[in-house]
Each structure stands twice: as structure tokens, then as C-alpha cells.
Design a binder for this molecule. Structure first.
Ligand code: FAD
Length: 383
């Protein structure tokens, strides 16, 4: 693996860094307090091609490889994880999955809109009764002539109230377990689909997270994406790449925490000297720096495997597991460096810790990542 960035990769990273410094970082604290990112950011992200990375240009995408995608995702995560998550879901979980599994009509209909930021996507897998055990979901889609009629409830759906389309997973037929699950592209203005914003989140407060309720939602059969019964494989393939994106966002959080801690340690004086001169403070900073490098390298390795067409799922679980735990550790260390000032939201590190915390929970908890890695190594499923 070549660890030097190409000119294109370095340029897209610079573009993302400049964009985040100008359009995201100055507003992140206010969006967090208001529990609302300014939605106009989505069109701006689309205009720069950040919502079309790795999507083929013929469908409105901006091309690029997965390392470029990770570099942009890291920069967004460094600025505001709420904004990073909007992109990771609309592009990473929805558009990229439509590009991989959609038929020609679905790709032509949704991809140009999603990549331009004219439409937003959300990913509807989790339900009130099934989180880690997603293959046992209860939402049902019943064939009725040329339509499917869908009933069920989806929980914790990122972009839920903003989205124009939900990539929805529902049970078709009577096959139990994950083999009976199918994927659908459901426009969110379809009658019978209602959405409720979930308020009071610990972190990612700027993001629209919602509960979706589907009551006799009727969609034409062409809303089915991929073969009937293939939905769980589609969801898992989306999440494998999604974990790379979460890992990259976590590298951004960890880097932001490190940068803030180094800056503050140089400025803050106690006992007549900058706190940076104390060995125990340097230990906090040094541990963060090792975490940042290790998390970034694990993430880049996934991108490299994806771009070379190699198997990447286990590497993605390792990167997501390590980077998410590292982001929490780094944000927590940064808060320690800031002392009491880290505990109030005039300073950025408290938000980094709150935002980091969910990364060990969604797209598969840390325990689930360990079970995936353990299964790959032993050949035995412990689920
Ligand atoms: P549970 O599955 O009930 O787990 C509870 C605890 O039990 C965890 O510690 C877990 O690790 C542990 N556990 C469960 N099974 C095992 C096992 N076999 N072995 C060991 N430990 C186990 N979902 C979507 O579909 N789309 C989204 O866009 C989305 N966005 C989200 C945004 C936020 C802010 C949050 C909080 C969640 C989001 N989710 C989304 C849902 C998320 O993926 C789930 O919360 C996650 O998969 C965990 O499921 P759960 O919350 O039901 O926890």
C-alpha cells in the first residue's frame, strides 16, 4: 500500500479542509445547541461533489476513489460529526447502495438528485425491537397486485425527517430470519409514512434522527431494489462500507481533539508554566496521537482494499471498532487537558466527546464488531 496521497487525493482533502473551516466549524456549536444543522449545507456539499464521491459520473457522481472519500469524511468529522453523518448516510449508505444494487431506472431517478444534494437519503433498518439483531426485523411488505403494502416502525433513522427517500428493509413472504428481508426505495412523501423527530440525544444533536411509522404504505413493485429476499445482504454490504465511513469520521473527531488539546496545553499556565510542560499532560497528548495514527492507518487500509476490489468487510469492522473507541478516548483525554473549561460548551471538546460516544453504538456496536471479527478468525458464529 502506497501511503503517499496522489495529487487528486491531496487536492480533494484540501478542498474539504477549506470548506469545513469556512462553512462548518464556525457554526458547529450553534447547530448543536439548536439541535439543527442549517439544511442549506446539503446543497453546498453537493455543489462541491462531496455527495457524489465514488458514484459513477454518468449518474451525476463525482468519481474519485475510496481513499478520497475517507479523506473528505475525516475532514467533515473534524468539523462536525452531525454534518459528517448526513453525508455518510445519504451518500455512503443510500446512494452508493443504489449505485451497486439499483436497476437502471432506480439509478437514473435517484442518483443525480442524491449526489447534487437535491434529495437526501436515509437508511431504514433498525426497529424498536431489533437493533443488533437486525435480520429479525418485523416490518412487513405484502404483495398486492402490482404493488407492495408496507407496515412497520423504524427507529433511530439518521436524516429521517429531512430525507426524500428511505432505503427501507422489510420482510416479504413468510421466510423467517434474514433470508426473508427485501430492500425498497420508498419516497418519504408516500401516504401512510409519518415521521417523528427524536429529541434529547447526547450527541449528534444537529442531526435529524427520527422514528418512521409506516401504515399501509403502498409502493409500486418497481420500488423493490435487488431481488426479493436479498435485502439483508444488501443492508450488510452497505454497512460494511458504512463502517469505513464511520471510522474515517472518528479519525476526524480524534484529530480535532488532539489539535485542541495541543493548542490549549501550550496556552494554559498553571504553577507558572504552560501545562504542556508537565509529563502527565504530555502522556494524555501522546496517547491521543498514537490513537489518531493507528485509527487513520486502519481506515486507509480498508479504502485501499475496497479500491483494489479485495475483501474488506473484516478490515472495516476492525477499523470501525478501533477508531470509534479511539475517538471516545481522545475526546475524553482532550477534556482532561482542558480541565473545567472542557466541561462547558464554550469550548469544543465536550461536544467531541458527546458526538464520539454514539460511534461505538451505531452501524454495529463494538460488541457486534468483535463478533464479526471473531467469526472471521474462528469460522464460528457467536451471534
Ligand atoms: P441492542 O441491539 O439492544 O444492544 C444493546 C446492548 O447489547 C449493546 O451493548 C450490544 O452490543 C449488546 N448486544 C446485543 N447483542 C449482543 C450479542 N449477540 N453479543 C454481545 N452483546 C450484544 N439505524 C438505522 O437503521 N439507520 C440509521 O440511520 C441509524 N442511525 C442511528 C443514529 C443514532 C444517533 C443512533 C443512536 C442509532 C442509529 N441507528 C440507526 C440504530 C443503531 O444502529 C442501533 O442503535 C444499534 O445497531 C444498536 O441497536 P440497539 O440500540 O437496539 O441495541
Amino acid at each position: 500500500m502506497n501511503l503517499e496521497l496522489s495529487d487528486e487525493q491531496a487536492a480533494v482533502r484540501q478542498l474539504a479542509e477549506d470548506f469545513v473551516r469556512r462553512e462548518v466549524t464556525p457554526h458547529a456549536a450553534a447547530w448543536d445547541r439548536a439541535e439543527n444543522v442549517d439544511k442549506s449545507i446539503v446543497k453546498k456539499l453537493g455543489a462541491l461533489g462531496f455527495l457524489g464521491l465514488t458514484v459513477p459520473e454518468e449518474y451525476g457522481g463525482s468519481g474519485g476513489d475510496h481513499l478520497a472519500y475517507c479523506l473528505v469524511t475525516e475532514e467533515l468529522g473534524r468539523g462536525d460529526s452531525s454534518v459528517r453523518g448526513i453525508v455518510s448516510v445519504s451518500l455512503g449508505l443510500v446512494a452508493k447502495t443504489v449505485a451497486a444494487w439499483g436497476d437502471e431506472d432506480q439509478k437514473r431517478h435517484w442518483l443525480p438528485r442524491l449526489t447534487a444534494g437535491d434529495a437526501i437519503g436515509c437508511f431504514g433498518l433498525t426497529e424498536p425491537g431489533t437493533g443488533s439483531d437486525a435480520g429479525n426485523l418485523a416490518t412487513r411488505a405484502v404483495r398486492d397486485g402490482g404493488d407492495y403494502v408496507i407496515n412497520g416502525t423504524k427507529m433511530f433513522i439518521t436524516n429521517g425527517t429531512w430525507a426524500d427517500v428511505v432505503l427501507l428493509f422489510a420482510r416479504t413472504g413468510d421466510t423467517p430470519g434474514h433470508r426473508g428481508v427485501s430492500a425498497f426505495l420508498v419516497p418519504t412523501d408516500t401516504p401512510g409514512l409519518t415521521r417523528r423527530t427524536i429529541h434529547g440525544k447526547l450527541g449528534l444533536r444537529g442531526q435529524a434522527t427520527a422514528e418512521l411509522v409506516l401504515e399501509d404504505v403502498r409502493v409500486p413493485a418497481r420500488a423493490l431494489m435487488g431481488p426479493e429476499g436479498k435485502g439483508f445482504s444488501i443492508a450488510m454490504s452497505a454497512l460494511a462500507k458504512g463502517r469505513m465511513s464511520v471510522a474515517a469520521g472518528c479519525v476526524g473527531i480524534a484529530q480535532a481533539a488532539l489539535d485542541a488539546a495541543v493548542r490549549y496545553a501550550g496556552e494554559r499556565e498553571q504553577f507558572g508554566k504552560p501545562i504542556a510542560s508537565y509529563q502527565l499532560v504530555q502522556e494524555l497528548i501522546s496517547d491521543m496521537s498514537v490513537d489518531v495514527d493507528a485509527a487513520r492507518l486502519l481506515t486507509w487500509r480498508v479504502a485501499d482494499l475496497v479500491d483494489r476490489g479485495e475483501d474488506f468487510a473484516t478490515a472495516a469492522s476492525k477499523a470501525k471498532l478501533f477508531a470509534s473507541e479511539a475517538a471516545v478516548r481522545c475526546a475524553n483525554n482532550a477534556l482532561q487537558v482542558f480541565g473545567g473549561y472542557g466541561y462547558i460548551d464554550e469550548y469544543p471538546v465536550g461536544k467531541l466527546l458527546r458526538d464520539a460516544r454514539v460511534m461505538t453504538l451505531y452501524e454495529g456496536t463494538s460488541q457486534i464488531q468483535k463478533l464479526i471479527i471473531g467469526r472471521a478468525l474462528t469460522g464460528v458464529s457467536a451471534f
